[in-house]
Design a protein around this ligand. Structure first.
Ligand code: F2R
Ligand code: MG
Ligand code: MG
Ligand code: MG
Length: 351
């Protein structure tokens, strides 16, 4: 089996960084009007009209999404495989070093417990979150791409996406979102897939993932229908068959929230719809840029939805679609290339 090109690994990490940095400006807003968003993006262009480039261009900071994604990657590279104790320690130490990256309100409790010498099971702090229900936030999904860039085998992708998420997110509505996002990056790395077969494969996997007792029980306890991720993937298929879908329908059916269920499907939809052009987004933006622009325009958890969609789109379209002037606006963008090259090597060794 031939490995995917290294440019897909670099595209994946660069797309994720772009989504986080560009989306962070708008996190928590309602729908972002396209003219405002496009004006903001023009300021990043080499000859952008704002005058800011006189003293060097505006630098966009990354948030918890990238900070944690890099912990996942560095742990995999250091240990050459998934190691829960090492990964948990990196999460907690990263948060201690830079606590102001915009972390989720509850997850910081997990980090503090992980640093205690009394902690003997690294999964325990996550299990007791929210009175034992566990977090269903999108924090497990936002950081998971490195798993798909390490393991060529799809069963490994599912297994380690789940375990990496369970270090902070014990509710299946949280870790199943991480599995779905990891599967999407895994498929995107193979490239050359139509949206129909991309979705079909995701649905096949998720109907199996969501059929276990805990997933069924958690969905019921939260008042959702059975197999909620699979159901949203099917709704997406209906959307993609239409020529236009109002953003209000996307928000109603898929969401833009901080829960994995309200953001991972939206990121995947944003990626899949970008295979076609969008009359509202100027043609000089390429597919990857279109993905990120569309995600941010939906508002809500913009950094996280755009980082997930950016990772998928970057893996699919490759680094050729990562514009240098966007990349260079992001804090510590050089690091993505080094990490991606090393992941590619590790992936090829496992093949
Ligand atoms: N936290 C943010 N953005 C909001 C504030 C930004 C910053 N503090 C600022 O003001 O500048 N963004 C980042 O958090 C999201 C990822 O969160 P994660 O890692 O999943 O954290 P957590 O705390 O586990 O979950 C997030 C919230 O979801 C709700 N929630 C989760 N499980 C719940 C449950 N079982 N019952 C009830 N509520 C539950 C809670 O409100 C959690 O705090 C990303 O957007 C990242 O960018
Ligand atoms: Mg964030
Ligand atoms: Mg966010
Ligand atoms: Mg590059």
């Amino acid at each position: 089996r031939l490995p995917p090109a290294r440019g897909r690994f670099r595209g994946c990490l660069a797309g994720a960084l772009l989504g986080d940095c560009l989306g962070a400006t708008f996190e928590g807003r309602d729908l972002v009007p396209l003219p405002e968003l496009l004006r903001h993006l023009r300021r990043l262009e080499p000859a952008g009209g704002s005058g800011e480039e006189a003293d060097g261009k505006e630098m966009l900071c990354y948030t918890d999404d990238t900070a944690m994604a890099r912990c996942v990657v560095r742990s995999l590279l250091a240990k050459r495989e998934f190691d829960e104790v090492d990964m948990a320690r990196r999460f907690a130490e990263e948060h201690k070093k830079e606590p102001d990256r915009g972390y989720g309100m509850a997850v910081v409790k997990v980090f503090k417990k992980l640093l205690s010498p009394k902690c003997s099971d690294v999964f325990e702090p996550a299990r007791v979150q929210f009175n034992g229900k566990g977090s269903y936030g999108n924090g497990g999904a936002m950081r998971v791409a490195g798993i798909s860039l390490t393991y060529p085998d799809v069963q490994d992708v599912k297994k380690f996406a789940k375990l990496s998420a369970e270090l902070t997110h014990a509710n299946s509505l949280g870790y199943n979102g991480a599995i779905l996002q990891a599967l999407a990056v895994h498929l995107a790395l193979q490239g050359e897939l139509s949206w129909e077969s991309f979705l079909e494969q995701l649905i096949g996997h998720m109907e199996d993932v969501e059929a276990d007792d805990k997933s069924l029980a958690d969905a019921r306890a939260m008042g959702f229908e059975e197999l909620p991720f699979s159901r949203r993937l099917k709704k997406m298929k209906e959307f993609l068959e239409l020529s236009t879908v109002p953003k209000s329908d996307v928000l109603l059916e898929l969401g833009n929230g901080i829960a994995a269920l309200e953001s991972v499907p939206t990121a995947i939809y944003s990626f899949l719809r970008s295979m076609k052009s969008d009359p509202d987004i100027p043609d000089h933006y390429n597919n990857l840029q279109r993905v990120i622009i569309y995600c941010i325009s939906l508002g809500g958890d913009t950094d996280t939805i755009a980082t997930m969609a950016g990772a998928i789109a970057g893996a699919y379209y490759g680094e050729e679609q990562v514009p240098l002037y966007w990349e260079q606006s992001c804090e510590s963008f050089q690091e993505t290339e080094t990490l991606a090259n090393s992941l590619h090597e590790l992936y090829c060794q496992r093949l």
